[in-house]
Write a protein that binds this ligand. Structure first.
Ligand SMILES: Nc1ncnc2c1ncn2[C@@H]1O[C@H](COP(=O)(O)OP(=O)(O)OP(=O)(O)O)[C@@H](O)[C@H]1O
Length: 232
């Protein structure tokens, strides 16, 4: 299956003063089209660091990160921003919708940043909102929507540019059980319709939505099921 993103022998160390923290040991893994991959691990294990590498937010200390056949090491900030805007949709735990803008305007934002006309942005944002069954709430401000509905708008915003890779950091952590299922079903549908979706979570109940699971423990990546015992 087509590889959308990969880390190859990538490690990450953070330096603060004299202290060096190894957040990720040299690791390799691949994220493929049509797959929903869960990244599971305890707090502080390195999950967000892995997601930040994939999101071109940080550079690896060693090794390589490749997004859609482009090695991101060595790109400058403008080039990185372009890679992110064109290839990656981000979904966060706290939705990160802009409070003064309604759902439609929030979803239009990435397209406007890409220089697309307001007319086309409006049409594409409406389509993205209907993909997550939120078209009837498109004129609502975020504060008028439930957590689950806000997260569906955030998913529409992430998919409106049609990125091959969706990176989701604890997307269900702030949601009630029913909304967790709705949001995970949406993400699952996106993966089956051609995207690579990576979801960082602590929540082992999300396993049923996963095509693949990557376990992160003490900065080490593994795809062994038995790692889960260490997390429980
Ligand atoms: N910018 C930073 N500067 C220094 N240390 C950092 C930085 N970001 C993360 N770390 C450290 O790297 C390690 C891994 O952190 P990371 O955020 O990747 O873990 P995590 O698995 O996502 O944790 P959580 O589930 O609590 O969000 C931790 O020890 C953390 O304190």
């Amino acid at each position: 299956m087509e590889i959308v993103a990969s880390v190859s022998n990538a490690s990450k160390q953070y330096k603060t003063g004299d202290t060096v923290i190894t957040a990720l040991q040299p690791s390799s893994c691949e994220f493929r089209k049509n797959e929903l991959t869960l990244i599971i691990g305890p707090s502080g294990s390195g999950k967000t660091t892995l997601l930040s590498l994939l999101g071109c937010v940080i550079f690896p200390s060693t090794g390589e990160v490749t997004i859609c056949d482009q090695v991101i090491n060595g790109l400058n900030q403008n080039q990185l921003a372009k890679v992110r805007l064109q290839n990656i949709g981000f979904v966060f735990q706290s939705f990160n919708l802009l409070a003064p803008l309604n759902a439609l305007e929030n979803v239009m934002q990435p397209l406007l940043l890409l220089g697309i006309s307001r007319k086309e942005a409006r049409q594409r944002a409406t389509e993205a909102l209907s993909k997550v069954s939120m078209e009837d709430r498109m004129y609502n401000l975020p504060k008028m929507l439930s957590g689950g509905q806000q997260q569906r708008v955030a998913i529409a915003r992430a998919l409106v540019t049609n990125p091959p890779l969706m990176l989701c950091d604890e997307p269900t952590a702030a949601l009630d059980t029913k909304s967790v299922s709705v949001v995970m079903e949406e993400l699952k549908t996106l993966s089956t319709s051609g995207k690579s979706v990576a979801v960082v979570t602590h929540d082992l109940r999300l396993k049923k939505f996963a095509d693949r699971i990557i376990y992160v423990n003490n900065g080490m990546i593994s795809d062994h099921q038995e790692e889960e015992d260490m997390l429980l």
